[in-house]
Design a protein around this ligand. Structure first.
Ligand code: PHE
Length: 456
């Protein structure tokens, strides 16, 4: 497709909201607290913050510069910059990873819809104890029809927006609801921290216990930094490809990174105080956030309304992320294979639903797919979460850095980042991080994990 009819964000603000919409999602509110809980709290958070700055932002700039220059999907972008080479395979891996992530992400996103329904129908209002909350979670996640049905509902919503194209669908939703989500999170964090025992949760989140430091924790913090910023699979190549020529790209990227990180920390400031005040275990796994939150709502005035609003906004935050995941895959089939947008969105959404079924069934519906079933200590959903969300994104991040640093070249990437006359500070530091620090550091972590066999 000619670049002129691809559409673009209506403004820099549109990009920031859409990219923040992609970045902010279940990764911040579901995955961050759950990984932090399993990773020992403060030490995980410290590593995560370090990786966001030292690896996340440099990789993000690398992806955005490639997208802006080529105005293509990840595969097309590598083809354009390195024709007749093997580099487009990296783009292909990104498209595949987008699919892999969407196939488990939409399951969790489906749960948010289930909770939203419970909020509206009053089921949420009757929950006052931790046990009741566990029961509700079990009910939503272990009934195969509910679990698959909710996943399907979510994928259909995603398809409907992606079909509408860039500024028609994605941007309009993100613009209005992201700020509302932020305000609600602040209110919830204050409520949670003032619960009895709440401050113990804050200490757990921020006081690093160095005895908890281990390779799997380093890997999981690295994966989380990439996952949360939507990096390592070309989502930011795709979103950068719609960036207006005169606007400030690097500054917009930094802003997105800051918003994303603030929201993750805010989520932690809700979940851990709530958890500690209930005497629950931080290592609750994928259900952690879903089980913890209803008990805070019951402690609040107008809790049912707040809870319902929360799940509505969480579903929207998840939607702006699933949109970006499907968008990468759709964009590839539209640009490179000549499919119509509508057909690509429906067909790929449908295939994704089929791939999501085992994850949807893994939380109790089919015990063999669960933890201690055929996948050992991991249930199928967690397995996917780790393979696509940690390992595959890490490999993608190494490759994009190698490409920009060594093949395409830092000066050309700089040109794209500064286009529109927006000089960037610390450019040589960025070049150094992209050429050396990011690829080497991520490679070392992966090699150590493989050699040690401590996958988690
Ligand atoms: N960043 C999203 C989130 O935190 C997930 C995502 C990962 C989206 C990779 C796109 C690409 O929820």
């Amino acid at each position: 497709m000619a670049s002129s009819d691809r559409g673009q964000w209506s403004s820099r603000f549109g990009f920031i909201l859409a990219a923040a919409g992609s970045a902010i999602g279940l990764g911040n509110i579901w995955r961050f607290p759950y990984s932090a809980g399993e990773g020992g709290g403060g030490i995980f958070v410290l590593l995560y913050l370090f990786f966001v700055i030292a690896i996340g932002i440099p990789v993000q700039f690398a992806e955005l510069s490639v997208g802006r220059t080529t105005k293509r999907n990840p595969v097309g972008a590598f083809k354009a910059l390195a024709p007749k080479s093997l580099w487009p395979i990296v783009g292909g891996l990104g498209v595949l990873t987008g699919f892999g992530i969407l196939a488990f992400y939409s399951v969790i996103a489906g749960w948010t819809v289930g909770y939203l329904y419970q909020g509206i129908s009053g089921g949420l209002a009757s929950i006052t104890t931790g046990e009741q909350s566990v029961d509700l979670f079990t009910q939503i996640t272990t009934d195969p029809l509910i679990a698959i049905g909710l996943t399907a509902v979510f994928l259909v919503l995603t398809v409907l927006v992606v079909r509408g194209g860039v500024s028609g669908g994605i941007e309009r939703i993100a613009k209005v609801l992201m700020p509302v989500l932020f305000a609600l999170l602040v209110v919830l964090a204050i409520t949670a921290m003032t619960l009895p025992g709440g401050m113990d949760g804050v200490a757990y989140l921020f006081a690093p216990d160095f005895s908890e430091l281990s390779l799997p924790v380093v890997m999981s913090a690295l994966g989380q930094a990439l996952f949360s910023l939507s990096l390592g699979m070309g989502a930011m190549i795709t979103y950068g490809s719609y960036f207006p020529d005169d606007a400030n790209l690097w500054q917009s990227g930094v802003l997105v990174g800051i918003c994303d990180t603030v929201i993750a920390i805010l989520a932690g400031l809700i979940i851990f105080p709530a958890l500690f005040s209930q005497g629950m275990d931080p290592q609750g796994g994928p259900g952690l956030v879903f089980v913890t939150l209803p008990t805070i709502f019951s402690a609040m005035p107008a809790g049912q309304i707040v809870g319902t609003a929360f799940y509505f906004l969480l579903a929207i935050a998840a939607l702006t992320s699933t949109i970006s995941l499907l968008e990468v895959v759709v964009c590839y089939f539209v640009d490179e294979r000549g499919w119509s947008r509508t057909m690509a969105a429906w067909v790929l959404g449908g295939v994704c639903l089929v791939l999501a079924v085992p994850s949807a069934l893994s939380q109790g519906a089919v015990p063999a797919l669960g933890a201690n079933g055929i996948f050992g200590a991991w249930d199928f959903l967690t397995l996917n979460n780790n393979i696509w969300g940690n390992y595959s994104l890490s490999i993608g991040a190494i490759m994009i850095c190698l490409f920009v640093g060594w093949k395409w070249g830092i000066p050309k990437a700089m040109e794209a980042l500064e286009l529109g006359n927006h000089p960037m500070p610390a450019t040589s530091l960025w070049g150094f991080l992209v050429k050396f620090v990011c690829p080497i550091a991520v490679f070392i972590v992966l090699v150590f994990i493989i050699v040690s066999g401590q996958y988690f």
